[in-house]
Design a protein around this ligand. Structure first.
Ligand code: FAD
Length: 489
């Protein structure tokens, strides 16, 4: 870290550029700027212009709005205004640095190819102007290029990857806290967040998200405390149950960098040592390995920048995907006739989030029961998830589709009825998100088309009217998917 150069520039200001690291604590870039003792200014750039940049989806834009308001309020208590600007990353940052007379600019590194290209342009332009450019890892435990297999190649399989990460040099210590910051006396001109229209108005579809989430660092840290106390004990055993509060729900906080994985790495162990959680070692190991899947997704993105667009295994290019708009629409709306699939898709639409087990079920259903290209599913998730992530979303879709690096084999076709009965055994999840089925007895809740006429009548259900019949028969779909797979052998 080029701290020496940053401290040798007299009292010249430092510009801190925020992007997907919207927090004050354990933020190595901000900590390095604060450590210089020099005046600093804070800038966030909404970049939807740089070549190849993928604009955020609707749910993520809603989250970003809340997260920026929270960050601005936190910085304001330290006297630092958050300057907001919209435009090309390199151009905006360079212009701001010049306007400020900054000697140094600091930021947290990003990993999608177009983001890296924009940041490389920013770095070379700053260097040309004699302004120091300093980037930090504030997003990952290990960056994509930092770990290699015995042959010096990137990993393609999760288990050896994670073993290598665990065996590599110790995870960095938490960055210094920044109790005080020295604001630059002349604030940069800022755009008004309201004019960015990140939140929906007509119609306002964000009510369910507002009820479910508190974007921002304070919300993230409160969720960590709750998770360590109430959810981590038993996590290894319960994490597949969508009917229970069985996982951390930290994914959107991690996505926007309101929380670092390094804090979770150290925090879980510290909590056990301090007796702050009754969790067992196996719970921690399982939880950290899930964080490991996030690391692995970035490791894959690093070696395969087209992760969201092209099959990791090129043999899948010949797969006979079906173009079926009506089926895609039924899946998106949660009207497939399979209760666990419909519950998941409605939870997603309502709250911007879905439990991991159900993500696997609905993704498998789209790709294998409907034979619809996983990229249509990835796009829908990109638009509707508050945690939509350039690495984890694409890697997970390819994992389910069987086209990924370390993927579930395509022929493993999840049966939505058996999955529902196993992981939502009393039907609480389905009853919550598909209320028109709530009065069905447990025995037929996950397979309403097998219920007798009287049972359906007593439950107030008319199949095909109040709730759809299955849009595809499971046995037929399974046979069709396996036949399609034979095309690419
Ligand atoms: P926990 O079980 O508490 O896990 C803790 C953290 O580990 C999560 O917050 C997340 O950051 C990480 N994590 C857990 N599982 C995975 C995984 N399989 N892959 C990568 N990271 C993981 N996760 C995203 O963050 N963004 C996405 O866009 C995304 N898209 C997905 C799409 C599909 C089709 C599938 C099957 C999974 C996807 N996931 C995605 C992974 C996973 O479903 C979510 O991370 C998880 O459900 C978030 O809930 P949680 O925070 O309660 O998880």
């Amino acid at each position: 870290m080029p701290k020496d150069r940053m401290t040798s520039s007299g009292d010249a200001p430092v510009l801190v550029v925020f992007r997907h690291d919207l927090r004050l604590s354990d933020n190595p870039a901000l900590a390095a700027a604060a450590e210089t003792g020099r005046p600093l200014a804070a800038l966030f750039v909404l970049d939807e212009m740089s070549p190849g940049i993928r604009p955020l989806g609707g749910a993520a834009r809603w989250w970003l709005d809340g997260s920026l308001r929270a960050l601005a309020a936190q910085l304001a208590t330290r006297g630092v205004p958050l300057t907001l600007q919209c435009g090309g990353m390199a151009e905006r940052v360079v212009t701001a640095a010049q306007a400020l007379g900054a000697a140094d600019v600091v930021w947290t590194r990003r990993y999608a190819a177009a983001e890296q290209a924009a940041d490389a342009r920013m770095k070379s332009e700053l260097a040309r102007l004699g302004i120091g450019a300093h980037s930090f890892n504030g997003t990952l435990i290990i960056e994509p290029w930092e770990v290699r297999n015995g042959a010096g190649q990137p990993f393609r399989v999760f288990t050896p990857f994670w073993r290598a990460v665990r065996a590599s040099s110790p995870v960095r210590a938490l960055a210094e806290a920044v109790p005080t910051l020295r604001p630059h006396p002349r604030p940069l001109p800022s755009e008004d967040l309201d004019t960015w229209r990140l939140t929906p108005t007509t119609p306002d579809w964000a009510g369910g998200m507002r009820a479910a989430w508190t974007p921002g660092e304070a919300g993230a840290l409160a969720s960590v405390d709750r998770f360590l106390r109430d959810v981590l004990p038993g996590y290894a055993e319960r994490r597949d149950r969508p009917d229970l509060l069985s996982t951390s729900r930290l994914s959107p906080h991690l996505r926007f960098g309101e929380l670092s994985p390094v804090r979770l790495w150290h925090g879980t162990r510290t909590a056990i040592e301090a007796g702050a959680t009754p969790a067992a070692e196996s719970d921690i190991e399982k939880f950290l390995s899930e964080i490991g899947w996030r690391e692995f997704a970035y490791h894959l993105l690093g070696q395969f920048p087209a992760l969201a667009m092209a099959h990791f295994q090129p043999r899948f290019d010949a797969f006979p995907w079906r173009d079926d708009r009506m089926a895609l629409n039924a899946w998106q709306k949660g009207r497939t006739g399979y209760p666990i699939v419909d519950a998941g898709m409605r939870e997603l639409w309502h709250t911007g989030w879905m439990h991991n087990r159900v993500r696997m079920i609905v993704a498998s259903f789209l790709v294998k029961h409907l034979l619809i290209d996983w990229r249509r599913g990835e796009e829908w998730f990109w638009d509707t998830l508050v945690d939509a992530d350039p690495a984890s979303n694409a890697a997970s879709w390819q994992w389910v589709a069987g086209s990924g690096a370390d993927a579930a084999p395509f022929f493993r076709i999840l049966n939505p009825v058996l999955q529902g009965e196993k992981f939502d055994p009393q039907g609480a999840y389905v009853r919550r998100w598909v209320p028109e089925l709530a009065a069905l007895p447990d025995a037929t809740l996950h397979r309403p088309w097998t219920a007798g006429e009287l049972t359906l009548r007593d439950a107030g259900i008319v199949l095909g009217r109040t709730y759809p019949r299955p849009i595809v028969d499971h046995d037929h779909a399974r046979a069709r998917a396996l036949a399609a797979l034979r095309n690419i052998r």
